[in-house]
Structure formats: C-alpha cells, structure tokens
Design a protein around this ligand. Structure first.
Ligand code: GDP
Length: 548
C-alpha cells in the first residue's frame, strides 16, 4: 500500500475544524462503550430497558421489549426487511448517565445470531455478562465470552432472576470459574431467593439493599440498611440473615476480593446479583460500569497503536447493515471512532481505496431516536451510509495509513452448498456472493477441486437473508442445500511444499478458498478435523482469521 502524498494529508486535515486536545481527552474519559453477552432468555432485553430507564432515554418500560418481539415474530425476509429500521436504530444505544456518555452495542441473539454478534464485541471496551441464575452458564454465553477473551475485554457479571428459585450462588460462581475460566469477585450477595428473596448484601460497602418487587420506574429507591449486624435485619428476616452471615464468611474465605487491575486485564469479573425485571440491582451494575469499566483505550493498527485522545480522527468499520429502503442498495457501515473528533461534514480518508470522502450525512444512535450526528469521539459509533464500497474491517483516518487490526472473521458453524436454477446467472451469483461476502453477511468458500460453492455462517438466519438478497438485489434464484461439512479452519503454513502436498493429498477434496483467497479446510466432523490436524502437524488450523 502506498502512502498518500503529504499535501493530500494536509488538505484533509485543514478542512476539518480542530478541537483542543484537552476537550478530546475529557470527552474520551467520560465514555463507556460496552455490549451485553448472554444466552437467549437470560434477560438481556429486560436489562437493556432498565439501563435506558435510568438514563431517562426512555420513560416507560416496555419500549425495548416491543421492538424485540417485533424482531422475533418471524424469520420471513419481508418481515426482516420491515424491521430493519428498528434493528438499525437499536443496534447502538447512546445515553447519558452521571455525566458519562454510555454506548450500548446490541449483540443480536436468537435466530438473528450472526457473525455481526461476534464482531460487535471487537468494537466494545467492556462487556456485561448476564446469566440466568436458575440455569447457570449456557452455550451462547460461552461462545461470546471466548470472543471477548481474544482482546482480554473486561467483563462484569449480572446474575439475574433472583426473584425465582435459582441455583446455589456459590455453585454458580464455581461454574463461572470452571467453565468460563475467569475469576469471580462477588460484589453483591443475594439474601434468599424466589419467594424469600430479601435483597442483596453489598460486600464492599457493608450495606443491605432491601428487595421490593415490580418497579417499572427509574427513580425507584430501594431501602438501604447499613451493616450486616444491624439488629433490624434480624427482626425482619432472621432465617435469611443467619444464612447470609454463614455464606458471607464462606465467600470471604473462598472467593477473591475485587481487584480493579485484574478486572481490567480481563482475568477477574465482579459479580452482582439481582432481578432485572424488578429493576433490582441494576443501578449497582450501571455504577460499576461507570466507575470500573475502562474508557476507550489504545487500539492496535498495523503501523502503531492509536491513542483515543490523539487529535486526528480515526476509526474502523465493524458491521455493515443493509438499509431500510429496498429500492436503494444503500447500506449503513457502523464505524467505531478510535481517536480524535468527528464532526458532520468533515473529510475523512477511506484508506483501502485511498480516497477522500466528505461525510455529510451520518447517523448517530440515541436511545430515543435515530438522529443526525453532529460530533463524535473515541468510543462512539457512527453510521455511514454507503453504496457498497465499504467492507468489514475498513479503516478511516484524516490521512495517515492506519489499518486497525483485531477485526476477525470467525469459523462458521453452519454450511450450505449453493446451486442456481438458471446456469446463465452464474456470473451474477458469483458477483452477489462476492459482495455479500465482503459485507460480512455470509462467508463464501470455493472448493479447490471444483464443485458447488459452499456458504458458511454462525447463525442460520444468515442463509435466509443471503438467499433473499441474491434474489432481490442480483436477480439470482439460488438453491441452498445441506452439506456434510461441520466445521471450517483456515490453514497457514510457512512451508510452501507442505501446503502443496496437503492440497494434493486425499484431504484436498475438503480444501477451499474463501472470498479473500485464504485457504481453509472444511471438516466433515470433529473426528475428521482432529485426524487431519494430527496427520499434518506442519500446518496451523485457525478458528478465526483477520481482515485481509
Ligand atoms: P433476552 O432473550 O436475554 O433478551 O431475555 P428477555 O429480557 O427477553 O427475558 C426473557 C424472559 O425472562 C422474559 O419473559 C422476561 O420477562 C424474563 N425475565 C427477565 N428478567 C427477569 C427477572 O429478573 N425475573 C424474572 N422472574 N423473569 C425475568
């Protein structure tokens, strides 16, 4: 890649208004950008709604819920199309609380679980893990946490639904530690559960927050009783308080005290108990997020690390979403600001294309509506309308060549082979899949030895979306069929001869190239993958790959 001529850089930065670096630093310091990771039904939507209530961004509970039920009512593509506006708006929710600007990035689950869900996590600075305390650690939580771990993202944990019969809290912590391999530092501890849920004990403040059911308002105050030995408690619920004292002793002995450094390094998670639906324990989580979770930090680029309070603007695209209007092929590219100050109308440089663009229409995301953004700082997300010239992982700056790293593609879990009814449309099929592949809607694999193209996805809805978009946008009627493939791994190897041998061997039938020309092995089973890895120790099999 060529460096741009230096006068181009100067021209770009001169047309952009300068903002003093102290202002940038101040704005960065008060920003928190996070996502919620959870298994479906653990309470992500409910919790999101309560967080928005606190900020005053929404007045009444039920708003987010309504959006969600719309989104999940059907997987029919026309419906999805209709819902796109909603899902664009709820993809990022920005709100203010206690002088902070909070960006909450949605991580779609259920049927709309897709690669986006994973990649959103590359754009956050921390994550809130919600666990259904009756169920414990579930499958999707494990997957999402593993993605967070790639960047050592700090994780806060909320054990939800304590108003129901739950599992033993100590056992829950044990499960988090052993399954997710992260140390737990309980910050609040539940007093009873289900019908006998009395509240939580704040271990660091020695305070008891008394539970009251059914609050839908943000200004709800829960009564606080100071001190675990307070005689009032023994009067109110003698049995539970005895139990609490025993457990707290155990907790102090057996678990780890909260350690900010360990949390920031992604090795320890502070754990809170509560009930999202009752708005109980939610404020504690929000405060912890502001007090402990990190403001935007340095981001790695190929040439150097970029600091959030550097004056020149920079950022990268982590998600592309087809726009609402099917008549136009517009898409919205979601860009995470990594440094500097963004202002509507400014000129920024699309580094892969080496082209300057003037950004006059941009979308920002307030929890209450979709608004025109005026300005943004590191940690914020802006939506750039785009006519198909942006890809996942594209970097933007005021001129400096900075390719941000750490925006991965993930090995798919689901596969389909693709055929077309009308062979004359083969070119359109390839073009469509190439573009949809670049956009990150699906992964496309071309077998080395020929045969049908193979599509890969991490959520099955991705196939439906692709089939429908191929038809509507490229006029291709494609048939998707099941395949015997169960997983994919990208292959790398220093030794070119070994690679060539691998291609020629019996494994060759399962080798394919992805849309960016990377070699991948498509395994037919876990055993098949394991045997192939054992047979070819010179090769490395990767479950993720970086943006080319
Ligand atoms: P999501 O799929 O993770 O977004 O989960 P939702 O927020 O939609 O919650 C799933 C179900 O659990 C809904 O029926 C909620 O009403 C319910 N729920 C959420 N939080 C609580 C809670 O604190 N207590 C109880 N009893 N139910 C809850």
């Amino acid at each position: 890649t060529d460096l741009p001529p230096s006068d181009a850089v100067d021209a770009a930065s001169e047309s952009n208004r300068k903002v003093p670096s102290e202002l940038i630093s101040r704005e960065v310091a008060r920003r928190r950008t996070f996502g919620i990771i959870s298994h479906p039904d653990a309470g992500k939507t409910t919790l999101t709604e309560k967080l928005l209530l606190f900020s005053g961004a929404i007045q009444l509970a039920g708003t987010v819920k309504a959006r969600k039920s719309g989104r999940h009512a059907t997987s029919d593509w026309m419906e999805i199309e209709k819902q796109r506006g909603i899902s664009v708006a709820s993809s990022v929710m920005q709100f203010e609380y206690r002088e902070h600007v909070v960006n909450l990035l949605d991580t779609p689950g259920h049927q709309d679980f897709s690669e986006d869900t994973y990649r959103v996590l590359t754009a956050v600075d921390s994550a809130l893990m919600v666990i259904d305390a009756a169920k414990g650690v579930e499958e999707q939580t494990i997957k999402l946490l593993n993605v967070c771990r790639m960047r050592d993202t700090p994780i806060l944990t909320f054990m939800n639904k304590l108003d129901r019969e739950c599992r033993d809290p100590l056992e829950l912590l044990d499960e988090v530690e052993s399954v997710l391999k992260i140390q737990c530092a309980p910050v609040t501890w539940p007093i009873g559960m289900g019908k006998n849920f009395r509240g939580v004990y704040h271990l660091l403040r020695d305070e008891i927050l008394l539970f009251k059911a059914g609050e839908e308002r943000a200004d709800q105050e829960f009564e606080v009783v100071k001190g675990i030995d307070n005689p009032r408690l023994a009067e109110m619920f003698p049995l539970e308080i005895e139990q609490l004292k025993m457990e707290v002793e155990l907790v102090h002995g057996a678990s780890h005290p909260f350690d900010l450094e360990e949390f920031l390094a992604g090795r320890q998670t502070p754990v809170f108990f509560g009930s999202a639906i009752n708005n109980f324990g939610v404020r504690e989580i929000l405060n912890a997020l502001l007090d402990w979770a990190p403001a935007p930090r340095n981001r790695d680029a190929t040439v150097r690390a970029v600091e959030p309070n550097e004056e020149p603007f920079s950022g990268f695209v982590f998600k592309i979403q087809a726009n609402m209007d099917p008549a136009h092929r517009d898409r919205i590219a979601f860009l995470r600001v990594c440094s500097g100050h963004f202002e509507r109308g400014m000129k920024i440089k699309h580094l892969r294309l080496g082209r300057e663009i003037k950004v006059s229409s941009v979308v920002t995301f307030m929890a209450s509506s979709r608004e025109q953004v005026e300005e943004a700082y590191a940690g914020d997300i802006i939506g750039l309308p785009n006519h198909g010239n942006m890809q996942i992982g594209d970097s933007f700056s005021e001129g400096e060549m900075l390719q941000f790293t750490g925006i991965p593609y993930f090995a798919p879990d689901f596969f389909r082979s693709v055929r077309i009814r009308n062979p004359l449309k083969i070119k359109q099929l390839h073009k469509g899949l190439q573009q949809l592949g670049e956009e990150g809607a699906v992964q496309v694999f071309k077998p080395v030895h020929g045969g049908d193209l193979i599509l890969g996805a991490v959520g099955v809805l991705q196939f439906e979306v692709v089939a429908s978009r191929l038809l509507n946008e490229y006029g291709v009627d494609a048939v998707f069929e099941g395949t015997s493939i169960s997983s994919a791994r990208w292959i790398s190897c220093e030794d070119k001869r070994a690679l060539a041998d691998f291609e020629k061997s019996s494994a060759g039938a399962n080798i394919a190239f992805d849309a960016s020309g990377n070699m991948a092995y498509l395994a037919t089973s876990g055993v098949n993958l394991k045997l192939t890895q054992e047979r070819w120790p010179q090769l490395t099999f990767h479950a993720t790959r970086e943006h080319a």
